[in-house]
Design a protein around this ligand. Structure first.
Ligand SMILES: Cc1cc2nc3c(=O)[nH]c(=O)nc-3n(C[C@H](O)[C@H](O)[C@H](O)COP(=O)(O)OP(=O)(O)OC[C@H]3O[C@@H](n4cnc5c(N)ncnc54)[C@H](O)[C@@H]3O)c2cc1C
Length: 400
């Protein structure tokens, strides 16, 4: 019998397992991941941005954890010799309406205690000669990193501390008794643990349902498609360049991202996915789709965002439409510059009434804790999220 089992080898599960092992070195721990390696899903398919925490509702868990997460991520990278760069980011307004929204965002950043500066049109031009706009917010502390490397380093640290990692081990059922939880799956014999933490990303709702937890949300997958610019365009921008986000939408809009390997990506958009872990445009899963179509929250969120959803779909299928979103603030980018780059899939928790769950969401039983929603910027915040989960779990252990 293990003291702890953590399900999910994404950055949230790894951060949690590594810190649990640090804080409770005498307790046994196993991390269970269904893929053959860690960080195969969201943690390995993202923009690689260390977000400063500008956008989030002041006082929300997202805002607080992101602020702490920046410092923790940078420290972790230094300690583990992982390359990172604080190249800074510009949120660019291209017309008076966006300028007004940008000022509101600036206010929010100040409320969140984030270091930001408002740039005039002339200051923007001098900071970024290839970017067009009427003004911008400069966030000098925003950075970039490869989160796959961060996740792999966490796995390495966990193993060094004696934590066990079982990859290629898909959990198919969970059974809780008074003394333990039995984890059934691909292994010949089930795994028993006194306490289980579930960090299942795109499968969070299914893993919660395995323990008969009453949840009023489902995970709806939204694909984020990227392109990569050719090498001769990799110095087109010096910072990360973001549009002013559409109000009410959880996604930040197609941005130009300098990657830590020196290339520049464009994206991600947000199009409806028909397979939770499907990265190709044509990927389809009958189970995922039928479950989604049978969930009232899916129809409500789709209806509420129909105009935006259709525009995203059109721009996904029609590259000139996608290009237009980038040319709005970076006119020198041309159609031929948009080279292929792998997509990501966001796990978006949607409630039965169609509201998008915007913050972190947890559910629990006597012996388990489920991370039900870990939206962006959960890669940036993974270390403080892991710390928070450890506090909750150790509190639980003390009760038994
Ligand atoms: C397109 C995109 C761009 C993003 N950009 C950024 C960014 O720039 N900065 C930022 O901070 N955040 C970003 N994010 C968000 C961030 O990547 C995620 O919030 C974070 O990676 C979530 O980590 P996780 O561990 O919860 O989920 P995941 O990484 O998805 O991990 C979940 C794990 O659980 C495993 N699992 C599921 N079911 C089972 C089962 N039955 N048995 C065993 N294992 C199971 C999966 O295989 C997976 O490895 C982005 C996300 C996307 C999709």
């Amino acid at each position: 019998m293990y003291d702890f089992a953590v399900i999910g080898g994404g950055i949230v599960g790894l951060s949690t397992a590594w810190q649990l092992r640090q804080r409770q070195p005498s307790k046994s721990l196993v991390l269970i991941e269904k893929e053959q390696a860690v960080a195969c899903h969201q943690s390995g398919h993202n923009s690689g941005v260390i977000h400063a925490g500008i956008y989030y509702q002041p006082g929300s868990l997202k805002a607080g954890l992101c602020r702490k997460g920046v410092a923790a991520t940078l420290r972790f990278c230094r300690d583990n010799e992982i390359p990172y760069e604080q190249c800074g980011k510009l949120i660019v307004a291209t017309d008076p309406v966006e300028y007004e929204r940008m000022q509101a965002l600036h206010e929010r950043a100040m409320q969140n205690g984030i270091e930001v500066e408002l740039l005039s049109e002339a200051q923007l031009k001098s900071a970024e000669p290839n970017v067009a706009g009427v003004g911008a917010i400069l966030s000098p502390t925003t950075g970039i990193v490869d989160y796959t490397q961060v996740a792999q380093a966490m796995a390495h640290r966990l193993a060094e501390l004696g934590g066990e990692i079982r990859t290629g081990s898909k959990v198919t059922a969970l059974e809780e008794s008074a003394d333990s939880i039995t984890v059934h799956g691909a292994e010949a014999s089930p795994i028993e643990a006194r306490c289980v933490v579930v960090c299942g990303g795109l499968m969070a709702d299914r893993l919660a349902a395995m323990m008969d937890i009453e949840i009023d949300f489902r995970i709806v997958p939204y694909r984020g498609e990227y392109y990569r610019l050719p090498a001769d365009k990799s110095s087109v921008v010096r910072h990360l360049i973001y549009p002013v986000p559409e109000p009410g939408l959880p996604f930040l809009g197609v941005h130009l991202t300098r990657m830590i390997d020196g290339t520049v990506t464009v994206g991600p958009n947000a199009v409806q996915g028909w397979k939770r872990e499907g990265y190709g445009r044509m990927n389809f899963s009958a189970r995922d789709t039928l479950e989604m179509l049978g969930f009232p929250g899916f129809w409500r969120v789709t209806a509420d965002n129909l105009r935006v959803g259709l525009a995203e779909l059109r721009n996904s299928l029609w590259k000139p439409g996608y290009l237009k979103q980038v040319q709005k603030y970076c006119p020198s980018i041309q159609l031929a510059d948009l080279g292929p780059y792998p997509a990501g899939v966001r796990a978006q928790a949607v409630r039965r009434d169609g509201t998008l769950v915007d913050d972190f969401l947890f559910a629990e039983t006597a012996r388990s804790l489920h991370v039900c929603n870990a939206p962006s910027p959960a890669a940036t915040s993974a270390i403080p999220i892991g710390e928070l989960i450890c506090d909750k779990v150790l509190g639980k252990v003390l009760q038994h």
